[in-house]
Design a protein around this ligand. Sequence first.
Ligand code: PLP
Length: 390
Amino acid sequence: MFHTIAGFDRIGEENAFAVLARATDLAAQGREIINLGIGQPDFRTPDHIVEAAVKALRDGHHGYTPANGIKPLREAVAADIHKRLDVEVSPDRVIIVPGGKVTMFAAILMFGEPGADILYPDPGFPIYRSMIEFTGARPVPIPIREENGFAFSAEETLALITQQTRLMILNSPANPTGGVTPKSEIDRLVAGLADWPDVTILSDEIYGQMTYDGLPHVSLMTYPAIRDRVILLDGWSKTYAMTGWRLGYSVWPDALYESVRKLAVNGWSCVSAATQFAGIAALEGPQDSVTKMLGEFDKRRAIVVEELNRLPGFSCITPTGAFYAFPNISKTGYKAKDLATRLLEEVGVATIGGPDFGILGEGYLRVSYANSAENIEKAIGRMGDFLDRN
Ligand code: PLP
């Protein structure tokens, strides 16, 4: 009856939201659920950020803002990029968007169409592939392998580029693996990209401030040779525990900026004004809550890896970024999604099956450590009981 475009037959979603809904249902039935499926920090947004939003509302910031975001926020983003990455970016290339996801939505819409190839990490954030398929472009997976510490390989990635390749999506530190790609590999990738001047790069650096063991975050923005064709995706969701505020930003090449600004005018007008003031407070205020949260994640990372490695059939390398572990469960004899479902239904532990992040995710589970150390230990204990019994 409805003649919608074919893209809607192909659009996917994020199964993490379905798992969250099921976990919430089970909890409402009185089951005690421990959620290790969740992709958001279990911390509150720091008070000074909340206060800035409250003040903005009290001060009467109730209307539309410019579609690309208020200037003081775009300036604060440019200053933050300068401070953290030592890269000069004009605030006029920064756009404020309702969440990091909106940048991938915009970039993939801009480059995807039948006949175009878009490279994306597999396993990787599921929306990349979903949106690529929506546009009719061909999704070309970049394999992310455990034996490389879940870093991408420059050689393998470059070998996938063809004359049809329009966009390459990279993500380090990565969801769902917690992998961080080392600088030497990124250097090699950037060198190889010199042969492919028409390929645009979408660099998803939303976990850029979440690395461990003193490992530096290497931003694609720091390479002058490709800077004019990198779209930088970042935002406040993870770093400042602000997932529900819907606040992100991206930096675009000059030549694409008007297109994304117009997309904003057509799609969402602007981000809520008060939220944008909160964003300024986050970037310009004290950063001690970020350090504290990371310290806490670091402690839990050690626990999660140690405990997962005790489980029969599990082996888990130590992730170096984000807040996810990605244990190999192939020796348990279970298919990953079946195991995730049974763990949730039978012992009340939510995790996400690796195939929800791509074909190469089979044989893995995503275990988020955005939960208390106590809950992590209890949850993995329940997983152990389940595996012993079955
Ligand atoms: N990129 C990656 C790799 C993510 O894991 C996520 C969220 O989980 C996002 C982007 C989207 O972030 P936001 O909640 O700000 O839209």
